[in-house]
Design a protein around this ligand. Sequence first.
Ligand SMILES: [Zn+2]
Length: 264
Amino acid sequence: MPEGDTVWRAAHLLHRALAGNSLTRCEFRVPALATTDLTGRIVTEAVSRGKHLLIRFDNGWSLHSHLRMEGSWRIFADGRRWNGGPSHEIRAVLGVPGSTAVGYRLGVLELVRTDQESAVVGHLGPDLLGPEWDLAEAVRRLRAEPDRAIGEALLDQRNLAGIGTVYRAEILFLQGIHPRTPVGQVRDLERLCERVRQLLIMNRSGFEQNTTGDRRPGRSHWVYGRAGRECRRCGTAIAMEEFGPYGQERVSYWCPHCQPLRPG
Ligand SMILES: [Zn+2]
């Protein structure tokens, strides 16, 4: 599932390909936008807000998209074959001279007025990769619910935006914190937030996500996706469970030795 670094990179590539150009082709393959045509409009910019993408146009409208579980935006130079998936998975086509941006399997695709973007992203907490990252505000929001499990609080995009299940697992391992530890018992939330931000920054321009710094094959993560395998630090079998609010349970990985659940 795409996390903040992936979405930031998608926005960066969309901006580079589209910004400053007027659309020569525009297709939205979703019912609500099927008759909308922005051909001739100039793309002013593409930005990410947490895991949301906004492509802004010179007519005061923004295209809001969310990749959800399997979505992606791909850029193809003219003459290149579109290979992001079968054509029935295409939701948006935005062409400019020389290249075309194609949105596959997008979980959300809608137009909103640019001055009303807050209606779709205004609920988000400080954006870990945003230009206005606000550490104090993120920590304040996390601390507001001291009894909530830290693993759950980190995924709540209203606290801080950009973390998914991969970075949650990895940052909690790096900090030696059990995912079910109540937020009120986590000592250094500032350091945790800054460290996960560094992980996202480190990965936002790379091709392969890596949180260990070890580039050898199969060494890219500490605990994520490694249930039952040996902890890279202590050899204990990595544990896994699904937890979270009812209906939103998400997979969680941790090392029972390096990340003990401390009573009280
Ligand atoms: Zn361990």
